[in-house]
Write a protein that binds this ligand. Structure first.
Ligand code: 9MR
Length: 338
């Protein structure tokens, strides 16, 4: 095309406008995408950011203000466990669990259910059972609790911590395991029948490092369940880290390999002992690993302030005991916004 002085000046004008528009969109885009809370920043990529909540703290205004502001997913720290929900055989008790579920839902937050079947925190009457009576009691518990909360739960930890620590890669011995190796799949089938809309997860700890036998054992179980059509939708990685069990370099590999089996992955109980920039860097690494896996639905930290933690002396959370944001908070938020 021959350029006349008129077309040249129009071209300059257009290119100036394009440049100006691009500059304006950069100026506009960056504050718009920099969400200022954990939940809103995670939501930008379709993920959630949750915390464990204790019913006994719902009267603490500092606690509740941070909960309401920052998190969009809630897990009951203890209130939905077997001992809390079925203190006597066939007699169910949902008072504290409902306080948490109702608070969350009234605030527009979703709920992770924790946990339907576990060898710990069984009510006393169940601890002494065995064989087919225990199997039946466990299945009845799964059915009753999942039915009661049907339609209100985003994801259920159907079975918690059923694999052994150490190098065996096998199941943990427990009264439930002794009812037969198929107890886990039986629990998943009962949960699916009771609440077909909830994602059904297997949840465990020390399954973060891809080379660990326990990780491999859980992986083989999920692979087997998927190949036989056992209803499993997700795997929860508790992610309790400290100096003896640091965030592994291969975390992304672990999450991606599980996702490749056709399940979602969720970081369900994150806390990391430490302080300052080293703690912040480890929280950043976990956040990056989840963001790098499209089937990583979200991250839940196991409490709000350090003082709320089950291991408070490790100061493993994102807010200090006064409710102030820590360096770890800022690094997670920045990563979610990146
Ligand atoms: O944080 C929970 C703590 O208050 C309880 O005393 C404890 C009892 O077992 O359970 C803690 O939560 C655990 C979770 O339910 C399963 N994974 C490990 C968590 C930390 O122990």
């Amino acid at each position: 095309m021959k350029l006349t002085s008129r077309s040249v000046s129009r071209a300059v004008l257009v290119s100036t406008m394009v440049t100006a528009t691009a500059a304006a969109s950069v100026l506009v885009a960056s504050p718009a995408s920099a969400a200022t809370t954990l939940g809103a920043s995670a939501a930008q990529s379709g993920r959630y950011f949750g915390t464990a909540v204790a019913a006994g703290k719902l009267g603490d205004s500092t606690y509740v203000n941070i909960l309401n502001r920052e998190f969009d997913m809630v897990t009951a720290e203890n209130e939905m466990k077997m001992d809390a929900t079925e203190p006597n055989p066939g007699q169910f008790s949902y008072g504290n669990a409902d306080r948490i579920v109702n608070h969350a839902r009234n605030q527009g937050k979703r709920v992770r259910g924790h946990a339907l079947a576990w060898h710990q925190q069984q009510p006393g009457w169940m601890q002494n059972m065995s064989g087919s009576a225990l199997r039946q009691a466990m299945l009845n518990h799964v059915t009753q609790v999942a039915t009661y909360y049907r339609g209100k739960i985003h994801s259920w930890d159907v079975v918690n911590e059923a694999f052994a620590d150490g190098n065996s890669g096998g199941r943990r011995d427990s009264n439930l395991q002794r009812t037969g190796n198929d107890w886990i799949e039986a629990a998943f089938r009962a949960a699916r029948a009771a609440d077909p809309g909830a994602k059904l997860c297997y949840n465990d700890y020390n399954t973060d490092n891809w080379s660990h036998a326990k990780t491999q054992g859980v992986y083989r179980m999920v692979q087997d369940f998927k190949s036989r059509g056992v209803p499993i939708d997700c795997v929860g990685f508790q992610a309790h880290f400290n100096s003896g069990n640091p965030v592994p370099n291969n975390y992304h590999t672990t999450l991606q390999n599980f996702a490749n089996l056709g399940v979602d992955v969720q970081i369900t109980e994150l806390d990391i002992a430490g302080s300052g920039s080293s703690q912040a860097d480890q929280f950043k690494g976990v956040t990056q690993a989840c963001l790098a896996v499209s089937r990583c639905n979200g991250i839940t930290v196991w409490g709000i302030r350090d003082s709320d933690s089950w291991r408070a002396s490790d100061t493993p959370l994102l807010f200090d005991r006064n409710g102030n944001k820590k360096a770890a908070y800022n690094s997670v938020l920045a990563q979610l916004n990146s």
